[in-house]
Design a protein around this ligand. Structure first.
Ligand SMILES: Nc1ncnc2c1ncn2[C@@H]1O[C@H](COP(=O)(O)OP(=O)(O)OP(=O)(O)O)[C@@H](O)[C@H]1O
Ligand SMILES: [Mg+2]
Length: 467
């Protein structure tokens, strides 16, 4: 028994496996549909969560009320009016003498609020249609059929505040005008008005309450964003719901830890570099005293390189140190750096239009730019810089017409002391910290530095800086 079921299961399994991606696609579709329908903001969603059940409840309540209460009330009111009309008709039958009709009509006017008039010898048109449009019309028609039992016609349109009923009697057509309020229960509208009114009031209260709940989350997001861009952010003031306070406290702790780590790293780097400088200087002095040989020349070159590396580290460490971000115009900084480079003989062309206001550490940013320009000058002849400000970010492209860097190496060159030409030939490179520092500066501003192929033929460095 188990054997055939096992063989049966195999194809079914396969079918199930095939069906899975379809179901996934379905789920993706529903998810994206939901995302499209749902409000995007937390505020909108929270208000919706409060308001949707409320509205549903009210609709259901109104529905039930409308169905049972309003219908019953309207039926009874219609029966009342129909009863009055029937009484008038009966009285007319009893009176026999048409001269008494006026008296009956007068009583009806006074006691029943019915305006009645007899049009003798008239006939209701044969196709006398009952206007069955509204609930009131329908109920009145039913009541007239049941109680009065005469051919009739209802006109609830012609008069604004009254309803007209035409009855076929043997004597002619009886025209009855009843005030609408005898047939209408205005409490329904009062009820709906109350529903809508309380809903609006509740919505307003919910919106106010939610707004104050969402505000700290927005503030936290802004603080995290600013911190990510390397700005100085004050301690996040804890407020709002417990969860938001928790997130805020976690953010404050994280910020402190990151800041402590950065300080530690910087201090250590600066300390080590500084301490290495003294023995290096001593070595240089000692080497200078020795007689000149070829081995000594190599040793001197090594010491010189070590010194340069230490200087590089120190420059790196200093950059991270104490400089604070301040509002600046990146366009002006660019023009400044480019002018300096041109003065030193660089062939460099700059395209940067309009002011580019941004919060930066000016010295660090200047170092980043000069490092990129120094690289381009070392490897290429022509340099072109273009800066673009699109409202949310600034993009600076540094292009050159040199040999470029093969795609596979474009990440490698960011590693400290990494050089494409490993011969340590000073003509093809320095100590290998330039790009490391430049990227570090960009990331410290919440931005990014990447390398690409330049349309000029060489390397393109892309600096992206969020504003
Ligand atoms: N514009 C460029 N064109 C071609 N190769 C480049 C370019 N810029 C950098 N490189 C390559 O990337 C390597 C790393 O550059 P990086 O700026 O980090 O160090 P460096 O220029 O060698 O030394 P430093 O900048 O510290 O004096 C360079 O050695 C060079 O091989
Ligand atoms: Mg360099």
């Amino acid at each position: 028994m188990s054997v055939p079921s096992a063989t049966d299961a195999a194809p079914r399994d396969g079918a199930a496996r095939e069906a899975v991606p379809e179901r996934d696609a379905d789920r993706d579709l529903t998810a994206s549909l939901l995302r499209w329908v749902l409000p995007r903001s937390l505020f909108g969603r929270a208000v919706m969560i409060i308001v949707t059940p409320l509205l549903l409840l009210q609709v259901v309540a109104t529905w039930v009320f409308y169905d049972s209460h309003w219908e019953t009330v309207t039926r009874r009111l219609a029966a009342g009016v129909a009863g009055d009309i029937a009484s008038v008709v009966e009285l007319m039958q009893l009176a026999r003498d048409p001269s008494a009709y006026e008296k009956i009509f007068a009583i009806a006017r006074e006691k029943m609020q019915l305006e009645i008039e007899l049009r003798p010898d008239e006939l209701l048109p044969n196709d006398a249609v009952v206007v069955r449009e509204t609930l009131v019309d329908r109920k009145l028609a039913n009541a007239l059929t049941d109680i009065v039992q005469r051919p009739f016609r209802i006109d609830s349109r012609s008069l604004e505040k009254q309803i007209e009923v035409h009855l076929q009697l043997p004597q002619g057509v009886l025209r009855v005008i009843a005030p609408r309020r005898r047939l209408f229960s205005s409490t329904t509208y009062v009820f709906i008005l109350w529903m809508v009114g309380t809903s609006l009031a509740l919505f307003a209260v919910a919106a106010l309450f939610m707004r104050s709940q969402v505000r700290p989350i927005r503030r936290l997001a802004a603080a995290a964003d600013a911190f990510g861009k390397g700005h100085n952010v004050p301690d996040f003031k804890l407020e709002g719901a417990d969860e938001v306070r928790q997130a805020g406290a976690a953010f404050n702790q994280m910020r402190e830890r990151i800041q402590r780590q950065i300080t530690q790293r910087t201090e250590m780097l600066a300390g080590v570099s500084h301490d290495l400088r003294t023995p290096l200087t001593r070595m240089k002095l000692e080497l200078a005293m020795l007689p000149n040989t070829s081995e000594l020349a190599e040793l001197k070159a090594d010491v010189a390189e070590m010194e340069k590396m230490v200087e590089g580290y120190l420059a790196f460490a200093r950059g991270e140190g104490t400089e604070q971000p301040e509002p600046a115009d990146l366009g002006r900084l660019l023009r400044d750096v480019v002018t300096n480079a041109a003065r030193e003989g660089a062939i460099i062309e700059l395209k940067a239009e309009g002011p580019m206001p941004v919060n930066i550490r000016p010295d660090a940013m200047r170092r980043c730019l000069t490092n990129l320009i120094a690289n381009a000058r070392r490897h290429a002849r022509r340099i072109a810089i273009e800066a673009d400000y699109n409202g949310s970010a600034i993009e600076v492209l540094v292009d050159d017409d040199g040999p470029g860097i093969p795609p596979a190496m474009r990440e490698e060159v960011f590693k400290p002391f990494f050089r494409l030409d490993s011969s340590r030939n000073p003509a093809t490179g320095g100590i290998g910290l330039g790009l490391t520092i430049a990227r570090d500066v960009m990331r410290g501003h919440g931005g990014e530095l990447t390398l690409a192929q330049s349309p000029l033929g060489g390397l393109r460095a892309v600096m992206r800086l969020p504003v």
